[in-house]
Design a protein around this ligand. Structure first.
Ligand code: NAD
Length: 340
């Protein structure tokens, strides 16, 4: 893991260190130019660009990328972008065990985890394997400067969600707790500064640092109801990932609050007297959409999402109660304040 400003220049050394001779560069369509610059930086060690990554890692896109890997005889992948591009690199690595170098440009944190969520027929399933964990991650603050203010806020709150759920994970531990609280504090302070001035380099650096820690939390311990709901909502209604996390997190924390008094106490030290309310206010402060309705979820989806939350549920500190879970989803759909 490499962290800093201008660190992308170390990519050719990392490619050589892994012994790669033809690395396929991955990106989303909007970041194709960035991917082209990386391919140019790699010169002969580049196998070209596949710029077809999209959100929620649909298996159909992975199959197209796999055809490019075979055709170009790639022996590794370099992903530049957010969690969508990282997801594609991981999907390729799962199938081929090719080495991955990830250059994250959002705060999603996927690069630090051995977890892959893939979507097939509107259903997102998650799996974990050592093959999925990237070999090298290059964090370059410079590449996050272009992340639009809106996405910076929601992507940062997506990262906070990993750390919040890590604090009350069934397999929580004191080291991850330290990382989680440090990460939540770093992002909580940095995100409103980025919203005010997206060119604030120090705030960008703090946010990326927080995002890295959040990714570590996500990779180390299990997630609960919040992540289950967001996976379900994203896969079922094709909702945008970071925005969905942002809308749901205050409500998921409020749902769990009564079952996790010591976690709430520690969160108060970072977020103030009402942690769930503070996360709702943070979403407002960064200009995020707080209602799932506005993100495109139909009202009858509240019942569908409730049903799906109970299918293969994740462990959760508060037992899942159908009426209360439905009420949680309904409040997030409306975008009103969280209620314990
Ligand atoms: P994303 O990767 O879809 O990026 C959103 C958009 O922003 C894309 O169009 C992208 O090209 C653009 N973008 C990214 N960085 C930019 C930058 N610096 N400047 C300008 N534009 C930029 O969004 P995301 O929220 O990072 O990732 C969401 C996906 O990641 C979801 O599919 C989610 O499930 C997955 N995810 C997986 C894990 C895991 O551990 N498996 C963790 C977090 C997220």
């Amino acid at each position: 893991m490499i962290f800093g400003s201008g660190t992308l220049s170390q990519l050719p050394d990392e490619v050589a260190r892994l012994g790669l001779r033809k690395a396929l560069v991955l990106s989303t369509p909007p970041q194709e130019a960035e991917a082209g610059r990386i391919a140019a930086l790699l010169g002969d060690a580049s196998a070209g660009v596949f710029a077809g990554a999209v959100m929620h890692t649909p298996v159909s896109v992975t199959e197209q990328a796999m055809a490019a890997v075979a055709e170009k005889q790639a022996d590794g992948v370099v992903a530049i972008g957010g969690g969508s591009t990282t997801g594609l690199a991981k999907a390729i690595a799962l199938r081929t065990d090719l080495p991955q170098i990830i250059v994250p440009t959002t705060y999603a944190g996927s690069e630090m985890t051995p977890i892959l969520g893939e979507t097939r027929d509107n259903t997102k399933t998650t799996q974990s394997s050592p093959k999925i964990l990237p070999e090298v991650v290059i964090y370059d603050v410079d590449l996050t400067m272009t992340l639009p203010a809106g996405l910076s806020g929601t992507s940062g709150i997506n990262a906070i969600a990993h750390a919040v759920e890590a604090l009350y994970a069934r397999d929580a531990n004191p080291i991850i707790d330290l990382m989680a609280l440090e990460a939540i504090g770093a992002l909580y302070r940095a995100l409103p500064r980025i919203a005010k001035d997206p060119g604030d380099r120090e705030a960008r650096s703090d946010a990326l640092y927080g995002a890295w820690l959040c990714g570590m939390c996500l990779g180390a311990v299990g997630m609960s109801l919040h992540h289950k709901l967001c996976h379900t909502l994203g896969g079922t209604f094709d909702l945008p990932h970071a925005e969905t996390h942002t809308a749901v997190l205050p409500h998921a924390l409020a749902y769990n609050a009564s079952a996790i008094p010591s976690v709430i106490e520690r969160l108060r030290g970072v977020l103030g007297p009402d942690p769930a309310g503070a996360l709702y206010d943070l979403a407002g402060a960064v200009g995020a959409e707080r209602s799932l309705k506005a993100l495109g979820m139909p009202e009858d989806g509240i019942d569908t999402a409730t049903e799906r939350a109970f299918a293969n549920p994740y462990w959760n500190p508060r037992p899942l109660e159908r009426d209360a879970v439905r009420a949680l989803i309904a409040r997030a759909w409306k975008g009103v304040e969280p209620r314990a």
